[in-house]
Design a protein around this ligand. Structure first.
Ligand code: DSN
Length: 403
C-alpha cells in the first residue's frame, strides 16, 4: 500500500506515514474518531473517484454511470437493511451539509425548531446562532437539567407546547446517556412537529444493537459514517418514504453537485462490515470499555457516567479544558476540550473535556486496558510525564500492521 505515493511524491508520503505513526503511538480518545478497515480505505481511494454522476441511480446528468449506479444501489440497499430504513440517501459529503439538507426539506426559512443547546451537548448545526441553523431558522434551545444533567422530557414538552416548533431535533455530540426516542416522538406528535434524529455519534452502536435505534420513531435520521460506524468520512440520510423526494432534492440539486462515488463505495463496504456478527461484539465492547474508563478516571463525570461510547468530564475549575487537552496531548493522549452544561466559560476554553472509546476498542483494547488508560490520564493530569508508558501500551495494539 502507498508504494506509488512513495515513488511519486515522497514529501506527501512521508507526512501521511508520520501521521500514521502519531496514531500508532498515541491513545486516541476523541469519541468522534475511529479506525476504518483497510478494505474501507482501499474502496475510498479507488476508481469510482474518477467519475461525475450528478443525479441518482437511473437518472444521471452524465453518461457512463451504469457501474456507478450499481455501486450506489448496493450502498443504499445495505444501509436500508442495516438500519431498517424505508429510504436512504448515501450522497451527503458530510454531517453538516446533510443536516442542512434535512432543515431545507422540513422547514421554511424562519420556522421554529427545537435542538439541544451547544453547551449542553448539541452540535453547531443544531441551532447555534452563528451557524445556518441559527441564522436561517428560529432555533428554540432546550437544555439538560441542572441537578442530574439529564434531558428533562417534561421541560422539552412544555417548551414544545409554548413554541410550536415544526421540527424537534435530538441526537447529540456530547450527551453520554440513552435518549428516549419514543418520548421524543410523543412530544413531536403532541405539537404536530416532525422528529429529526442526528445519530452520527452512536450510529455504530445502533447498528451493533448496543443502543436503541431511532429509526422506528423518527421521520428523518442523519448519520455520519466515520464515527462509531467505522466507515469513510461522509454521511447519509435515512427517512420514511414520504420524505424521500424532498430529501433527495435537498441534497441534489439543492446543496451538492457530483457525489463522491468512491466514498459511497467505501460506505457500502462499511455497511457490510457492520452487518457481520463481530460488529455486535465491537459495539458492546465500546460501551463496556467506556463504563470501565468512567470508573478509572479521577474526574467528575457529567451525569455521573455513561451509557454510550463517550464521557464528558467537568474539570471543576481545577484546570481549564484547553489546558487539560494540551497537557494530555503532550503525553500522546488525545481528548477534546468541551463545554459542560451550564458552563461559565467559553467554547474555545471551556470547563470540560470529552473523550471516548471507539478507536481504542477498534485497536482491541478491553476493560483491563481501560484501567491502564484511566490511570495514565490521571497521572498525566497530575503533571507526570507518561509518554513512554503510553507508547508501551500502544505497541501492544498495532494499527494497520500490514502497512
Ligand atoms: N466534530 C464532530 C464531533 O467531534 O462530535 C461533530 O461534527
Amino acid at each position: 500500500m502507498l508504494a506509488k505515493l512513495k515513488e511519486g511524491d515522497f514529501d506527501v508520503f512521508a507526512l501521511v506515514m508520520k501521521e500514521l505513526e502519531r496514531q500508532r503511538n498515541g491513545l486516541e480518545l476523541i469519541p468522534s474518531e475511529n479506525i476504518p478497515s483497510l478494505a474501507v480505505l482501499e474502496a475510498l481511494s479507488s476508481f469510482p473517484h474518477n467519475k461525475y454522476s450528478e443525479g441518482y441511480p437511473g437518472k444521471r446528468y452524465y453518461g457512463g454511470n451504469e457501474v456507478i449506479d450499481e455501486i450506489e444501489n448496493l450502498a443504499i440497499e445495505r444501509a436500508k437493511k442495516l438500519f431498517g430504513a424505508e429510504h436512504v440517501n448515501v450522497q451527503p459529503y458530510s454531517g453538516s451539509p446533510a443536516n442542512q439538507a434535512v432543515f431545507r426539506a422540513l422547514l421554511n426559512k424562519g420556522d421554529a425548531f427545537m435542538g439541544l443547546e451547544l453547551s449542553h451537548g448539541g452540535h453547531i448545526t443544531h441551532g447555534l446562532k452563528i451557524n445556518f441553523s441559527g441564522t436561517d431558522y428560529n432555533a428554540v434551545p432546550y437544555r439538560v437539567r441542572k441537578d442530574n444533567e439529564l434531558l428533562d422530557y417534561d421541560e422539552i414538552e412544555s417548551l414544545a407546547k409554548q413554541h410550536n416548533p415544526k421540527m424537534i431535533l435530538c441526537g447529540y455530540t456530547a450527551y453520554t446517556r440513552v435518549i428516549d426516542f419514543r418520548r421524543f416522538r410523543e412530544i413531536a406528535d403532541s405539537v404536530g412537529a416532525k422528529l429529526f434524529v442526528d445519530m452520527s455519534h452512536f450510529a455504530g452502536l445502533v447498528a451493533g444493537g448496543a443502543y436503541p435505534s431511532p429509526v422506528p420513531y423518527a421521520d428523518i435520521v442523519m448519520t455520519t459514517t466515520h464515527k462509531t460506524l467505522r466507515g469513510p468520512r461522509g454521511a447519509m440520510i435515512l427517512c420514511r418514504q414520504e420524505f424521500s423526494e424532498k430529501i433527495d432534492k435537498a441534497i441534489f440539486p439543492g446543496l451538492q453537485g457530483g457525489p463522491h462515488e468512491n466514498a459511497i463505495a467505501a460506505k457500502a463496504v462499511c455497511f457490510a462490515e457492520a452487518m457481520k456478527p463481530g460488529f455486535k461484539d465491537y459495539a458492546r465492547q465500546i460501551i463496556t470499555n467506556a463504563k470501565a474508563l468512567a470508573k478509572a478516571v479521577e474526574m467528575r463525570l457529567v451525569s455521573g457516567g455513561t451509557d454510550s461510547h463517550l464521557l464528558l468530564a467537568d474539570l471543576e475549575q481545577k484546570i481549564t479544558g484547553k489546558d487539560a487537552e494540551l497537557l494530555l496531548e503532550k503525553n500522546g493522549i488525545y481528548v477534546n476540550k468541551n463545554t459542560v452544561p451550564y458552563d461559565q466559560r467559553k467554547p474555545w476554553d471551556p470547563s470540560g473535556i470529552r473523550f471516548g472509546t471507539p478507536t481504542l476498542t477498534s485497536r482491541g483494547m478491553k476493560e483491563k486496558d481501560m484501567q491502564e488508560v484511566g490511570s495514565l490520564m490521571n497521572r498525566a493530569m497530575k503533571g507526570e510525564n507518561v509518554r513512554k508508558d503510553v507508547q508501551d501500551l500502544c505497541s501492544g495494539f498495532p494499527i494497520y500492521p500490514e502497512v
